[in-house]
Ligand binder design. Structure first.
Ligand SMILES: [Mn+2]
Length: 383
């Protein structure tokens, strides 16, 4: 039977957000299904592609760690040792639309907070070493078994092993240990030390990662957007008091200058800057990803069999947000026609669409727009 990837929180979403999200790890046994696609060969195939971000990590507790970046060639895979290596492929949801459908299970968080799905394939003993991440992650065991050890919360001062690119912890006191089998899920908040070691061959783990923009990047984007086409207006100070401090800058003046500068960050312009930034596809490091020109085939037969009511699917590489001004598609703003105001919200809040709902949300002009997006590859028809 065909099934789509699915994750279900083992507790009410409001309780998860209150007690666990960004606070402490959560182990959720038997809470994910539909994880058979991609098979290991398909995953390895992605790592051969220019523009797909992949890594091969070899090493173990008492053998040295090495890191290589893809794209790889078939010889790289033929010459691998029997144990202690892991292949990691980033943003598999962008490449394989079937995988991206798992993200509909994370509707207890806003869509802009989702980043991507990394999938790792390991043989016995394979791991990426003891480390911590800056981002929240849901680790979903798809096949095989992986032993996860959890340590304390870390920060920029936590001692690391001397290695130029793998940021491995010098020491990880184990506070919790869990053996995860297929369907088991472990949520880890930012900063918590963790180390997952494959217990057998064919150990496949999906990592749902989240987007947390750097505060400096947010400020830069806000100011860029708010300064664009801004008429030149100068500081004003009618009715000012006599100066208390003849040589300096008073606190009242600091406040007035700052307030007048920040008044340029109008709600309308800040919303536009944020919608644009947060609807942009994931920006990888210098090794990718660049999905322009990477047009992976969508397994429509599989999706149709698993979701018979769906007539349209969003391609995995299409990132959408919607607000009253329209739809934001991969960083581009698209105003919606008057007869299709509700189309943006409908499209941006899920990845599978059915004909009656489309007819309800899109008028004639909206359907025309949708057909253009299908032609451009942002959506794929299942009919
Ligand atoms: Mn990690």
């Amino acid at each position: 039977m065909s099934t789509l990837p699915r994750f279900t929180l083992p507790l009410p979403a409001a309780d998860f957000l209150r007690d666990y999200w960004q606070r402490k790890p959560l182990l959720a046994r038997a809470s994910a299904t539909g994880l058979a696609i991609p098979d290991p060969d398909t995953l390895a195939g992605l790592a051969l592609e220019e523009g797909v971000e992949s890594r091969l990590i070899m090493g173990a507790q008492d053998s040295p760690w090495t890191l290589r970046h893809g794209p790889f060639d078939e010889d790289d895979f033929r010459t691998l040792p029997e144990q202690n290596w892991t292949l990691l492929v980033q943003s598999v949801d962008y490449c394989l639309t079937e995988v991206s459908l798992l993200l509909d299970s994370f509707d207890f968080l806003p869509p802009w907070r989702l980043e991507d799905i990394m999938i790792s394939y390991a043989v016995r003993g394979g791991s990426v070493g003891p480390h911590f991440d800056q981002y929240d992650v849901f680790l979903i065991q798809a096949s095989g078994q992986r032993r996860w050890q959890l340590g304390p919360a870390c920060d920029a001062d936590t001692p690391l092993q001397p290695h130029d690119s793998l940021r491995l912890l010098a020491d990880m006191p184990v506070q919790e240990e869990h053996l995860l089998g297929p369907g088991d899920v472990l949520y880890i908040p930012p900063g918590v030390a963790h180390w997952g070691i494959a217990e057998d061959d064919d150990c496949v783990t999906w990592s749902v990662g989240f987007r947390a923009p750097r505060r400096a990047d947010l400020l830069a984007r806000l100011t860029d957007e708010c300064l664009a086409d801004m008429p030149e207006t100068l500081f004003t100070d009618p009715g000012r008091d006599l100066p208390q401090d003849a040589a300096g800058l008073s606190d009242a003046d600091v406040q007035a200058l700052t307030e007048q500068a920040l008044s340029l960050l109008t709600p309308e312009r800040t919303r536009r800057a944020l919608m644009q930034l947060l609807s942009e596809p994931r920006q990888g490091n210098q090794n990718g990803p660049d999905f322009a020109g990477l047009d992976f085939e969508v397994d429509t037969g599989h999706i149709r069999a698993a979701a018979p009511h769906a007539t349209l699917v969003r391609r995995g590489s299409t990132r959408l947000l919607a607000d009253a001004s329209g739809l934001w598609l991969n960083g581009e703003h698209v105003p919606l026609p008057d007869d299709s105001r509700g189309l943006g919200t409908y499209l941006a809040s899920r990845r599978l669409y059915d004909a009656p709902s489309l007819a309800q949300h899109a008028g004639e002009a909206g359907m025309e727009l949708l057909n253009e997006w299908i032609e451009q590859g942002f959506f794929v028809s299942l009919e």
